[in-house]
Design a protein around this ligand. Structure first.
Ligand code: COA
Length: 116
């Protein structure tokens, strides 16, 4: 079971939006925001995480789960920079999902696959 999403980075380029902490906190966790804003150009990293969240929501549908909360789907990294995702909602903690991310100047994409 797979989920995929692609988005324009421009969604996260608007200066008012990327300074609007309420907007950002509805989508991203504090550690995701720390990671993205440590980059010289955060919009690709923000947009890629948004894609992960949408891809995860899509793949959860195959399990009959209708999920729409974005900031309890968290992307984190291993020592080589490889991304992982965890579901912060207690009822979904046992679901294991693999992800992969790519972004360039204009677009971001992510894919998610349920492992179990
Ligand atoms: C890791 C690597 C494959 C990323 O590819 P890229 O084209 O630079 O960048 P992409 O936009 O496609 O991917 C970036 C995302 O890959 C993910 N990523 C980073 N390191 C990773 C790794 N070791 N394994 C899996 N995914 C990784 C991250 O999620 C990253 O986005 P994020 O930091 O916002 O989370 C690349 O940097 C690399 O190390 N390539 C090895 C070969 C090489 O050096 N080629 C260049 C010389 S010709």
């Amino acid at each position: 079971m797979l989920g995929i999403d692609i988005e324009d980075n421009s969604r996260f380029e608007n200066k008012d939006r990327v300074k609007d902490s309420k907007f950002l906190e509805k989508i991203f966790t504090p550690s995701e925001l720390d990671y993205c804003f440590s980059k010289s150009n955060p919009s690709g990293s923000l947009c890629a995480r948004f894609c992960v969240k949408e891809a995860v929501i899509k793949v959860l549908s195959y399990k009959g789960i209708k999920h729409s909360k974005l900031n309890d789907i968290e992307v984190y990294h291993g020592g080589l920079g490889e991304p992982y995702v965890r579901l912060l909602d207690d009822t979904l903690k046992n679901i294991e999902i693999d992800i992969s991310i790519s972004h360039d100047k204009t677009k971001s994409i992510a894919i998610a696959q349920i492992k179990n």
